[in-house]
Structure formats: structure tokens, C-alpha cells
Design a protein around this ligand. Structure first.
Ligand SMILES: Cc1cc2nc3c(=O)[nH]c(=O)nc-3n(C[C@H](O)[C@H](O)[C@H](O)COP(=O)(O)O)c2cc1C
Length: 157
């Protein structure tokens, strides 16, 4: 099965999780794409406002087309209770999403944000199989098991 892991990370926690996911799924054909803002991080105040008002910031990523992929695993840090803006921009740019399966994951300091990437993903026509949440970048075993189970469900379809 062809899987794309796409993520945004500012301080490295989400990247650590994305890399753990890549290792966990190493028996599949996995590609990994880090989303990078075109402009540098503009300081916490501007970025927090962007998160609050759900603004889009220009981004670039190695892969922006899901053609040929069976599953998207997409992840972002939580800023001000919402996914960091660059991941919204990436989702907006992403092509050929309709009917594709997805697993979302978020990385935050405290819990409670599990489903925050679901709506934006579903708006793109993605079918969200599972939503994962990691606190303080701890690779919680239960979350990784949920991911494995979602991949198995995807393979059975
Ligand atoms: C601007 C900003 C806002 C944040 N807002 C929240 C928040 O509302 N809730 C929370 O639990 N963590 C919040 N955090 C913490 C990050 O979500 C957390 O450290 C995450 O793991 C960072 O991921 P990263 O290292 O991939 O950037 C915030 C961090 C930043 C920089």
C-alpha cells in the first residue's frame, strides 16, 4: 500500500511523531513530506493571530498530489487550540483527495484536540479513518496501535 505522511512542525515534536509513524509503517511503501512555510516563522504574535483567524500562509511541500497514494497520514501542532495555519494551506493545495482515506494526528502540550484536523480533511473529500493525538511529543503506544489498526482496515478495503 502506498502511504503519504505529510506534516508541519515548527519546534520538532510533530516531526518526531511523523518519523515514528514512518518507522512503524516501514513494511509499506511510505513517502514523507514536510510542509514548509514560504516565509519564515513571523514571530509568535503574528502566528497566533493567523491560527485564531484561520488565515492561510503560503507553503511548499514535496508532494501535493494524492494520485497513486492509498492513504494520507497528516499531522500538525496545535496553536491556540487549532491546527497550525501551514497545514490548512497544505490541505487547500492538496490535489486528488476525493474518496482517499486519511488518518490525522495532532501534537500539543495538553490534550483535547484529537479531532481538530478532521473537519478540514473531510472538506477536501478525504475519508478520515482515525484521529490520533500526542501530548508533549510522547509516542503513546495506544495511539500508535490505533494507527496500525486503521492501516489494516484500509488494506482490507
Ligand atoms: C504559537 C503556539 C501556540 C500554541 N498553542 C497551544 C495550545 O493552544 N494548546 C496546546 O496544548 N499547545 C499549544 N502549543 C504547543 C504546541 O502545540 C506543542 O508544543 C507541539 O507539540 C509543537 O509541535 P512542533 O514541535 O511540531 O511545532 C502552542 C505552541 C505555539 C508555538
Amino acid at each position: 500500500m502506498k502511504i503519504l505522511i505529510a506534516y508541519y512542525s515548527y519546534t520538532g515534536n510533530t516531526e518526531k511523531i511523523a518519523q515514528a509513524v514512518e518507522r512503524l509503517l516501514s513494511d509499506q511503501q511510505v513517502s514523507i513530506a514536510r510542509v514548509r512555510p514560504v516565509k519564515d516563522y513571523r514571530g509568535p504574535f503574528t502566528e497566533v493571530l493567523s491560527a485564531l483567524f484561520r488565515r492561510k500562509s503560503a507553503v511548499e511541500a514535496a508532494v501535493t498530489d494524492l494520485e497513486g497514494f492509498d492513504l494520507l497520514v497528516i499531522g500538525a501542532p496545535i496553536w491556540c487550540g487549532r491546527p497550525a495555519p501551514p497545514i490548512n494551506s497544505y490541505l487547500k493545495e492538496l490535489q486528488n483527495c476525493a474518496g482517499k482515506q486519511a488518518v490525522t494526528f495532532v501534537s500539543s502540550r495538553v490534550g483535547g484536540y484529537r479531532d481538530s484536523l478532521r473537519e478540514k480533511s473531510e472538506e477536501k473529500g478525504l475519508q478520515v479513518l482515525e484521529t490520533l493525538a500526542f501530548e508533549k511529543a510522547i509516542l503513546e503506544e495506544a495511539e500508535l496501535t490505533r494507527l496500525k489498526e486503521a492501516v489494516e482496515r484500509c488494506q482490507q478495503k
